[in-house]
Design a protein around this ligand. Structure first.
Ligand code: PMV
Length: 327
């Protein structure tokens, strides 16, 4: 085996056009294409070491040994890597996030992107970016978008073909200085995570309408992004977030990810934009509000979030690069 250990770092990402629901749960083939931006500095660092005499895989996140579902999901990706590399050894996986645990920032995208890149390298595999992205997708769909850099589009692929659905960068991080000011809202009780949520998407009568209308929003979003046209970008990003949450709220059982402060921030952001401050919102499977704005307005957006709202914590991220190997 040419390499036994490798370390990789990957950014989280925020989707402008959301992924919600799968056509194939086992392969994690998404119901629709999506588009996102990597978040610089919101990162997971993961070391994978294949060790000849281990009796089983070992998984540590932030130093804590994992078991149950988080462990099984990591082992699932390691199995795919072992199968590809013709390897039998078990691995030790040590992963840490540089953002606060339990802050409700989705860590699965950065986690599975870093795990796939480090794991493949440690196993001596030479995979293309598309193959690494498709591998990361098997652990968490949105991780497919954290492998390439900057602004990334991820297509649904073809039925039954696991390697046909992967992320592709459509613009590098420096293309547009968009900033994500994340209002981190504490979540008192854990609700259904995204893997469980995807499985419920099809129970909403609105999911078909959402999926059917994605191509139009995706095209408008890509065009606005490539033209750096914030006004059109803001409109379509908010519309896409709203329709995903409409699906969530109308699935059986319904999923209500928002807290009262989430809606207060939504309303404030729309008021600020009407008053001339270019900012819009997007919300994932949690109560946090991602406030997106051109870089020159980030300080003002931060100031207003701090002064006007009881946002307990803010994280600020600019467009981030691809998942990368360290060393
Ligand atoms: O990759 P997952 O299974 O955590 O799903 C992500 C789902 C959303 O964050 C709500 C939307 C998205 O496209 O990132």
């Amino acid at each position: 085996m040419p390499a036994h250990a490798a370390t990789a770092v990957s950014c989280a990402n925020i989707a402008f056009i959301k992924y919600w629901g799968n056509t194939d749960e086992a392969l994690r083939l998404p119901a629709n294409a999506s588009l996102s931006m990597n978040l610089a500095g919101v990162e997971t660092e993961t070391t994978v070491t294949f060790v000849d005499n281990l009796a089983a895989d070992e998984v540590f996140i932030g130093g804590a040994a994992q078991s149950g579902t988080p462990y099984d999901r990591v082992v699932g990706n390691l199995d795919l890597i072992r199968e590809r590399a013709g390897l039998r050894a078990f691995a030790r996986v040590e992963s840490k996030n540089n953002f606060p645990a339990g802050a409700g920032i989705a860590s699965s995208a950065s986690a599975f992107a870093a795990l796939s890149v480090a794991g493949a390298a440690a196993a001596g595999l030479k995979l293309t970016e598309a193959e690494l992205s498709a591998l990361a997708r098997r652990g968490s769909g949105s991780a497919a978008r954290s492998v390439p850099g900057g602004f990334v589009e991820w297509g649904p692929g073809q039925p039954g073909q696991p390697d046909s659905s992967f992320g592709v960068s459509i613009a590098p991080p420096g293309y547009w200085d968009l900033v994500d000011v994340i209002a981190v809202i504490s979540q008192k009780h854990k609700i259904v995570g995204s893997t469980g949520g995807h499985a419920l998407a099809g129970t909403s009568p609105l999911q078909a309408a959402r999926v059917g209308s994605v191509p139009d929003r995706l095209e408008r979003c890509r065009a606005a992004l490539l033209a750096r046209d914030f006004d059109h970008f803001a409109e379509v990003v908010e519309a896409d977030s709203n329709i995903m949450h409409a699906v969530m709220m109308t699935s059986a059982p319904p999923l209500f990810y928002w807290e009262p402060i989430t809606l207060a921030i939504i309303k404030a952001v729309r008021r600020w934009r009407a008053e001339g401050l270019p900012v819009c919102y997007s919300i994932d499977a949690g109560p946090n509000v991602h406030c997106l704005c051109p870089g020159e307005h980030a300080a003002e957006v931060e100031r207003r979030l701090r002064e006007n709202l009881d946002a307990n914590r803010l994280l600020v991220a600019r467009p981030g690069g691809p998942a990368r190997l360290l060393g």
